[in-house]
Design a protein around this ligand. Structure first.
Ligand code: NDP
Length: 502
């Protein structure tokens, strides 16, 4: 108490510190003594200040706020935090780039992570999405390879245009996401002016146990605003923390950013009959057929008090569901359900859920015990189940609906087909304005021109398959032979790989 009033500096154990400017040494010559436990503690803690940075999404920023329900969705989900119009739930948002290190530029061309944590009465619900409605790959087994190509070449430690485009051109299902990424939406003007998407399909189920499939859409109320490639590149040098500063300053001055939340919904029957695979994350659900249904909005109105404790240590897990929400047979999601908590255990320790920013704000009881950095939030006994000592019990009323799964367990591959090029072509041909198209072409040409010609040909053939004008303009921008591009586009992917082997 006495220390609190006068704000006396203390050791980590709370004992007063007499001097923090001079270490204890002998007088002449000056040798530091091990008996100076304060100095040793100070340096030893400093030596351990950094924890492993996230292997992806290392550079990011975030803030707290609330989610408010504006529309009744109880016919679809029994999630308590969505149960009543006007109901507010405290939440945390973290936005990030993906491929760069913790010190990299906010304005790099990259998808932006869009991670939300809702502190509900029924446990924490995490929505771990991006600012893109799709993704590059649709089976998580490819994820480590994909990320390696976005990071540094292990030999040169440089970003590598060959690896970047080699992988993408050998992974044609990426064409839709590549088109979004290289449009100006791949360089949003800060974090406030971009949409967020679950990208994955999830399950909602209601109080009767009836389920639908759904995708989240969070539309920025600030309006979409993007940087051109030139602006993003310049800011990367002059103000690499541009988006971090923009978010912080906007909240600090009371200009609270908000997003309107919608879902798209498919019944199980609609999913069975959909012309695309409803669970393929490289595809969207056309909005005219599956319109956006309003749900609520979220507002960010509080900057973190301690960036490291609350944002760096924030751990989002796509498998953090609450009753009324569950996973889906989306292969990419299934692997993320494992990988996210696994990386948090590595980065923050097995008790990462006890760190205040990650801890549920409702009661929590189970029989997991001990482990590194255990804060002792559970009575130690009993530590087994079943028990006859009034321990916590599971309750079958929280069982999510069963889904019918049949067939052989095997490495079922997606078969690449013309269907995989349709939506990228639609985006280019129907959605993008002339201005957007010109920027898209220039953005791609400016990047792929650094890759080997055979890789340029292989990838440009994919752009051509998506939309002939798209491929032709890229070929013209690169100054490569359009007839060869057309010929490569007419081949199967295996033939195309052989024809561009060297
Ligand atoms: P619609 O014609 O109904 O709407 C077009 C969608 O494209 C809008 O959501 C629009 O967002 C978005 N958009 C505009 N410019 C870009 C861009 N540069 N990058 C990404 N998205 C952009 O769309 P459909 O549902 O029929 O889909 C057509 C194409 O639109 C898809 O192939 C997909 O590439 C893209 N799209 C579709 C989404 C979906 O969920 N169906 C979501 C986002 C994109 P806004 O309203 O903010 O302008």
């Amino acid at each position: 108490m006495e220390n609190e009033k006068k704000k006396i500096m203390t050791t980590n154990q709370g004992s007063p510190v007499d001097n923090d400017q001079a270490s204890i040494t002998t007088q002449k010559p000056t040798m530091t003594l091990l008996s100076d436990t304060h100095t040793i503690e100070k340096l030893a803690h400093f030596d351990r200040e950094r924890i492993p940075e996230r292997v992806v999404h290392a550079k990011g920023s975030g803030a707290f706020g609330y989610f408010e329900v504006t529309h009744d969705v109880t016919q679809y989900t029994c999630a308590d935090f969505l149960s009543t119009i006007g109901k507010k739930t405290e939440m945390l948002a973290r936005f990030s780039t993906v491929g760069g290190e913790k010190g990299s530029a906010d304005t790099a061309r990259d998808p932006r992570g869009f991670a939300l944590k809702f502190y509900t009465n029924e446990g924490n619900y995490d929505m771990v999405g991006n600012n893109t409605p799709t993704f590059f790959i649709r089976d998580g087994i490819k994820f480590p390879d994909f990320i390696h190509t976005q990071k540094r070449n292990p030999l040169t430690n440089l970003k590598d245009a060959d690896a970047f485009w080699d992988f993408l051109s050998l992974t044609p299902e990426s064409i839709h996401q590549v088109t979004i990424l290289f449009s100006d939406r791949g360089t949003p003007d800060g974090y406030r002016h971009m949409h967020g998407f679950s990208s994955h399909t999830y399950m909602w189920y209601n109080a009767n146990g009836e389920h639908v499939w759904f995708k989240w859409h969070f539309k920025t109320d600030q309006g979409i605003k993007n940087l051109t490639d030139a602006q993003a590149t310049e800011l990367g040098g002059t103000d690499p923390d541009y988006a971090t500063r923009d978010l912080h300053n906007s909240i600090a001055k009371g200009d609270y950013p908000s997003w309107s939340a919608y879902v798209q919904i498919m019944t199980p029957e609609q999913a069975d009959n959909f012309r695309f695979d409803a669970f393929d994350i490289t595809k969207v659900w056309p909005q005219k057929e599956y319109p956006l249904i309003p749900v609520g909005k979220f507002v960010l109105n509080r900057n973190p008090d301690d960036f490291f404790a609350q944002i760096e240590q924030a751990a989002f897990t796509p498998g953090n569901f609450v009753p009324g929400i569950a996973s889906s047979p989306d292969k990419m999601l299934q692997i993320r359900l494992f990988s996210y908590p696994d990386t948090h255990r590595h980065r923050l320790g097995t008790n990462f859920h006890q760190i205040p920013v990650n801890a549920p704000k409702c009661p929590m009881h189970n029989y997991q015990r001990d482990g590194s950095m255990n804060m002792g939030i559970e009575n130690p006994a009993p530590n087994y189940y079943p028990n006859s000592f009034d321990g916590a019990q599971p309750d079958a009323k929280f069982t999510p609906p069963s889904i019918d799964v049949q067939g052989m367990a095997a490495r079922h591959e997606y078969i690449l087909g013309d269907i995989d090029f349709i939506q990228a072509g639609d985006l280019y041909g129907r959605v993008l304005s002339d201005y957007d198209k010109t920027n898209l072409i220039n953005n791609i040409v400016g990047h792929i021109k650094n890759a080997q010609p055979r890789i340029q040909y292989r990838q440009t053939a994919l752009f051509y398959k998506a939309h002939p004008e798209y491929g032709t303009r890229i070929a013209n921008g690169l100054g490569i032979d359009i007839e060869r591009v057309k010929q490569l586009a007419s081949l199967s992917q295996e033939e195309r790989i052989k024809a561009t082997a060297n």
